[in-house]
Write a protein that binds this ligand. Sequence first.
Ligand SMILES: O=C(O)CCC(=O)C(=O)O
Ligand SMILES: [Mn+2]
Length: 227
Amino acid sequence: MPAGPSANLELFGSLDAPGGAAPGAQTRMGRQAWILRGLALPVTDALLRGVDEVLRQAPLRHMLTPGGRRMSVALTNCGALGWTSDEHGYRYTRTDPLSGNPWPAMPAAFAELARLAAQRAGFAGFEPDACLLNRYEPGSRLSLHQDRNERDMDAPIVSVSLGMAAVFLFGGHARTDPAQRHPLFHGDVAVWGGVDRLRYHGVLPVKDRPHPVLGSRRINFTLRKAG
Ligand SMILES: O=C(O)CCC(=O)C(=O)O
Ligand SMILES: [Mn+2]
């Protein structure tokens, strides 16, 4: 069974915690779902250089949902496969529909961090081939959803948070199941897989608490094995 609230001291923790949660701490969200606090902190410079490089080649854009609504989060991709949404549905593509070019290469620092995080969470041998990069501004949100367009459900999702803090919702296997709420801070890495791979999750509207490096932005990227 997923760990209950008593196992998550930070469950009701404040987003205003100046330095975030203690680096090295681990928040258990489920049997095979963790937040590895501060795991990305030693490599944020390389990660942010990687983000700039990706955005230069494949700019952020607001995609349409299959229902025709504009997503409040702006997104792009890197890696062999990139996630796309439009009025025809969700899917992975090898090329960026905006440019027709292959998605930018996945920065080595992204893949290295993903392997480390996955291994720490019990998923040794993770080799991501897709990375979806989201940019949140104040008020941006991501409604509850499952990540289920990937072919390989044995591989976990690794999710890296940079910039402004946000509240992550981690629900159950049905959209209506109650959702845990966990603050995610600059440098935190969440991993969910195995029995928790298809849990609903999302992000509450982000409050404007500017981050010293990224200002009023939150960057999240998720590494996946999609092909
Ligand atoms: O921004 C986050 O923390 C979660 C992102 C996410 O769930 C997704 O990109 O599918
Ligand atoms: Mn997701």
